[in-house]
Ligand binder design. Structure first.
Ligand code: GLY
Length: 371
């Protein structure tokens, strides 16, 4: 079992990473509990696999559990389901001192975290992330929220969890496509700020997807440590934290264009967006021409999507995609701000991005689809 500590003063917490953590969760949770009761929110798919084990461990330790199963899928990150969740927590008489547990992937973590942020003006919550994507990114750092018809994650709050329990063993139950999509967020860390980690992934990435527990634990720990370091420097994204959005402006536009559907999973969009960000960086002569090729080669090696042509079905024209990118939360005074790179492991935030260059890049990528 390994720990990463997120030091945020009164909002500090541990990320505990290891195998069979669910078996130890009562001991890990106990110091947080004011009374022996927790509310667990999960989705129907994760719940079917892991809820009984979690409830069994907690009730075995004398902790009463109530649980809510929401529908699996991005559509659950909505005002409607947020309202249902908060109403259910109130109906269960969850008090200010209680703890709410989010058992699931990024959708459940974001929604439940936001519900906890607004319930009785804020209750504590614990993340038990069950996807690779949630273990390395969304469960850490306190970004919570739901989607709007205007775009993804546009409604939310910063609300740090009180504990994150990342059980590597749970990843064995993930469909391969979800696991590989989550790897998009792992590789992001190497590309944004740690060239050595990227090199390690070039060698060890296949072990991670093949199920090697040591490689998985190392990848999750390094990713969480990098995220913790950035969040400790910039909790509310006034500067450095934006680096974690490498590839995300392209990704969010593509997710919107594909209707947040199975055509494109979030991690797949991150991988494509990251490849596009490196391609743009190279075209703007910020990094070498070899860098985007190396990024794509690794994504391909891992069986990941890395081009617009890897997305099935129709896509809007380049102008419409650019318009969707302009809904990004980093847009300032109507100007696009992107995370670009001076090389592998050297990402930076810039508003010095000619929209014509982005448009050209998107046009070329769409033309490549048609070829
Ligand atoms: N997922 C990006 C962040 O937490 O800032």
């Amino acid at each position: 079992m390994r720990k990463v500590h997120v030091d945020l003063g009164a909002r500090s917490y541990d990320i505990v990473i290891g195998t069979a953590i669910i078996d130890d969760c009562a001991t890990l949770l106990r110091p947080l509990l004011h009374r022996m009761k927790v509310a667990i929110v999960t989705d129907d798919q994760v719940g079917a696999l892991h809820l009984d084990a979690l409830v069994g461990t907690l009730t075995g330790a004398g902790i009463d559990c109530v649980s809510l199963n929401l529908p699996a899928g991005e559509a659950t990150k909505s005002w409607a389901k947020l309202g249902d969740t908060v109403d259910w927590l109130l109906a269960q008489k969850i008090e200010r001192q209680d703890v709410v547990i989010a058992l699931g992937g990024g959708v459940i973590g974001d929604l439940v975290g936001f519900a906890a942020a607004i319930l009785r003006r804020g209750v504590r919550f614990v993340q038990i992330p069950t996807s690779l994507l949630a273990q390395v990114d969304s469960s850490v750092g306190g970004k919570t929220g739901v989607n709007s018809r205007h775009g993804k994650n546009l409604i939310g709050a910063f609300h740090q969890p009180s504990l994150v329990l990342a059980d590597i063993g749970i990843l064995d139950s993930l469909p391969q496509r979800d696991l590989i999509a989550g790897y998009g967020e792992v590789v992001k860390y190497g590309l944004l700020g740690n060239a050595d980690f990227f090199e390690w992934l070039e060698v060890n990435g296949p072990l991670i997807t093949a199920g090697d527990k040591v490689a998985r634990e190392e990848a999750v720990r390094t990713s969480c440590q990098m995220k913790a370091d950035i969040v400790m420097r910039d909790e509310t994204e006034q500067g450095d934290r934006a680096l974690l959005n490498l590839g995300h402006t392209f990704c969010h536009a593509l997710e919107n264009a594909t209707g947040y559907s199975q055509r494109l999973l979030h991690g797949e969009g991150v991988a494509i967006g990251t490849a596009l960000a490196f391609e743009l960086s190279s075209r703007l002569q910020l990094c070498s021409q070899e860098d985007p090729s190396r990024v794509r080669a690794h994504l391909r090696q891992m069986g990941m999507k890395c081009d617009l042509k890897d997305i099935p079905g129709d896509l809007p024209a380049a102008e419409s995609l650019l318009d969707l990118m302009l809904q990004d939360k980093k847009v300032l005074d109507g100007t696009l701000r992107l995370i670009l790179a001076k090389g592998i492991g050297q990402a930076f935030l810039t508003s010095d991005v000619p929209q014509s260059a982005v448009l050209e890049l998107l046009k070329d990528a769409l033309a490549d689809r048609a070829a």
